[in-house]
Design a protein around this ligand. Sequence first.
Ligand code: XBP
Ligand code: MG
Length: 249
Amino acid sequence: MSIEALIFDVDGTLADTEEAHRISFNSVFEQYRLGWTWTRAEYRQLLEVPGGKERIASYIASLPLGTAERQRLLALVPQLHADKTRFYGEVVSEGGVTLRDGVERLLNEAVAQGCHLAIASTTTAANINALLNATLGPRGLDLFAVIACGDQVRAKKPAPDIYRLALDTLGLPPEQALAVEDSAHGLRAATAAGLWTLVTPTFWTQDSDFRGAGLVLPSLAGLGLDELIRIARPASTASPVQALYQETR
Ligand code: XBP
Ligand code: MG
């Protein structure tokens, strides 16, 4: 079966965004005078928790607090996250984040060859809109046939739900698409949805367990669409005779 779509994760894959997220979390903690500051080392640990709201709640759960104070802070999480998202949008709109090497070229190649583009991300639609506008301009959003993200699914990565939503909306079986991810959670989510997955780790995820990945590369730099599809679907690009031969081996 031919590859009809590329499904991209956002944070860490399209762009190395987690420093901008970390700065935004710390900005909102300062705005609310909470006395919290997430260092890079601490944030790397906290990224084990997918989803910004869940990440803040998990951090609160780790603090030595009385029940009343813990409940008060947990009730504040949606508002903290909404304000954090506003800070993040400002950082991104001011040019604080660029696309990773090779991403824009691969997106353009896919569009030129009629290969659909989709997104499957844990972050919010607002963050995705801000990032695509800031890095690709007004055409950014139009490049993607499907944007599956954030709270559209109850179970976030490593659950497969967001990838299943992207595939269902594309109207494709997993055999006719492939995923591009940066993290172990994302890899688990994509492979659980039946997708061959390319992983391009960042500083935040490089020490993770990427077993099950179809391929792990430092970035998309130098990787063309035809080569990616050949790697992902060797049989589908072989001649019918070769494919038959491979099946009977
Ligand atoms: C990575 C995430 C997100 C971001 C923060 O998403 O886990 O939570 O770290 O964004 P992706 P929010 O699936 O794109 O790698 O605060 O909006 O969750
Ligand atoms: Mg990611």
